[in-house]
Design a protein. Sequence first.
Length: 441
Amino acid sequence: MNIVTEHKISGEPIDNKAPKRPVRPVLWFIIVGTLLAVLVGGLVWFNYFRGQMIKQFFANNKPPPTAVSAAEAKSEVVPNLLTAVGGLVAVHQVDVSADVNGRVTEIKFAPGTRVEAGTPLVQLFDAPEQGDLANYKAQATVAQLSLDRAKQLAARQFGPQATVDTAQAAYDQAQAGIAKTEALISQKLVRAPFSGDLGVRKVEVGQYLTAGTAIVSLTDLSELWANFTVTEKDSGSLKVGQTVKLKVDAYPGRIFEGKITTIEPQISTDTRNIRVQATIANPEKILKPGMFVTTTVVLPDKPAVITVPETAVDYTLYGDSVFVITEKKEADGKTSLSAVRTFVQTGNPGRRSRRNHQGREGGRQGRRRRPAQAAIGRGGVDFDRPGSADPGAAAALLTLCIQVIRLGRITFLEIQKSRSPRCASPTFSSSDRSCRSSSAC
């Protein structure tokens, strides 16, 4: 180490080199900014490139055409039908009963059999009436003899005419007693009022019956009535003689036909419905009174309309529509088929107009509320769509920016520290031989 010996002259070691010039902070910020810009630009370019590749992949990856079933729309005359519900009743049906009180002495029928009109069914006790009948017959015989004798005497002028009149009156009274007694006896013998099928027996021998007590049911199944009701609006299209088709649950798939025979002239004030009655022939006797029936009245035909299968109609809140297949010419000259949604009006024009009106009022809300469309909308936002922001890439970019800023801050602090003053090499003066430094530590 060299020591300066001259007065007021300080020196430094010869082997000490001059300190390097510190790097400026501006240069470091430029470097950090350039790196940051390169990183951000690389991430943005990568995101854009990925979106373009995804878009190109889905554009070239088209699904195959969907196979559909097509039907030809035809102009047909649709049957004009009026459907209602009702029930069957027998034209002739009654619960056979006795006209007078009496005790059952004999049952002359078998349950479930067919009987003809006038067939005896039940015999009630009629011994007193039979005695009265014999008495009146005897009186009639005596009155007849007296009348004949009086007429002979009157013819010979041996008797007055008054005797003849008295004998005639006695004879007539005897005949009236006979007729009355025979009528009482006939009431004690219960007969079938018409031909039909008997039901379950409800009495026993020896049972005392009062007038009106049901003995057995008798039903004529050869002809039935179908009673049903229609609304006041539909009553104007009904006429006597129109064909009625019936369906019953007991025989699914089978249709029975009849004719309208009676239309009630009055409309019910409670329900505003009109009662209609149709007569149904039942030669096979398979229809029973009390069956629930679905009636269909065949009304006059309406003008021809365009018909399509019911499954081809798409029913929505904003209207009914079908997909019409049309030919479309491509740019290369080829012809392809495409389906175009076309709104249509179906069913009864009056009812459809009300449904269409409701659809127009709620159409917009219906489109927004449709679950399928809502799912499609959510899929375009939540899933990876070309050109949309990626939350994971944004988070990674933010983390990288924070790390770069932190690295720049540490570098800046290191630069500042390197520029701070340090203790120079010691020097000695020749006068006081004391150690001095060129600057304070």
